[in-house]
Design a protein around this ligand. Sequence first.
Ligand code: PLP
Length: 395
Amino acid sequence: MVTQKYKDMLQKKSVIRTLSEFATKRGQEIGYENVFDYSLGNPSVPVVQDYTDNTIRLLQTKTSSELHGYSPSVGLPSFKEKVAASLNKRFDMNYTANHIFPTSGAAGALAHALRAVTSPGDDVLTFAPYFPEYNCYVGMTGANLRVVPANTADFQVDFEQFEKMLTSNVSAVLINTPNNPSGAVYSAETLKKLAQLMEDKQKEYGHDIFIISDEPYREIVFDGKKAPYVSKFYDNTLSCYSFSKSLSLPGERIGYVAVNPTCTDADLLVPMMSQISRGIGHNCPSSLIMMGVEDVLDETSDMTVYETNMNLLYDKLIELGFSCVRPSGTFYIFPKALEEDAVAFCNKALKYDLVLVPSDSFGCPGYFRMAYCIDTEKVVRSLDALERFVKTEYP
Ligand code: PLP
């Protein structure tokens, strides 16, 4: 018999993927350039040129087994050393290669980090609005995902609710800053308060509570600012990073977990993760991709387009009367829908070929998400459609 659990999941397909498939189909009818597809977080800017040049050089100079052989189960030493050095320089940390575990993207990093510090039956807290895949990432470890309600004033943390939910059954708190879908970046003040509360609770309960920090958007911050580095604020932090967005490399599936050297069992966690890989099969990321990335760690694609798009959309949404917290980073914006039922709102938008994602699956009903990792020219054309939609449906 096939496994019922996964059969049941087919009925709960990702809303984002379903909308993206709709957009592709609609594109076949009217031309994809006429579909204002704000569904999927697929980077629109090209990969860093140095990455491509590096990869070509590697293909021409390295041996077949260096390029295509299995990588070591704890990761390629040169990649690990260079990631540690880069993080130390940028964020004043003390990582060594032994604290870096290469993974298949942020999803792979989260799969390992969650299993390394939680057991089935534990609670993992996250904050709404949250990336819907967290239900699978956490659910499939046997732990329970518990969602702290959103602080819709600014999408920082609702500390009153958080404290109530931070019971002795919680072994990890999964945070995502800069945040998908709100675009909020946790301030240093938020992170200090979060860390203090968690330290107090660790003492009270007599056990560790880890922060699992999901950071694929760490480099996409607006107004010339930088996202505070979460691990700087709290010892028991596992940083889960991905090059999917910063280098526009989502298809290559490359990222890492960085274990804070001052966390509990810091020297054991990476070897433990290599044991976890044996079970979940996300093992030994491609050597070629690790070598391709290791010399461009401090580069990013040209991501200025995201800030340009954000400003265009934010100004138009405000002009049209939407309530919206201005994003501080990422390539998402998360306005309040113009009716309580965000699904109905987004369905009406489809008539104008605007593909918007209702917020129900982000744990914060009544909002919608726009992923504006698309060409600016298309964003500009979509503003007219947005205006027609609002003026016709919500006069
Ligand atoms: N976490 C968040 C918040 C994301 O938005 C994504 C992808 O969009 C991921 C994790 C997964 O990233 P990756 O593609 O690197 O596995």
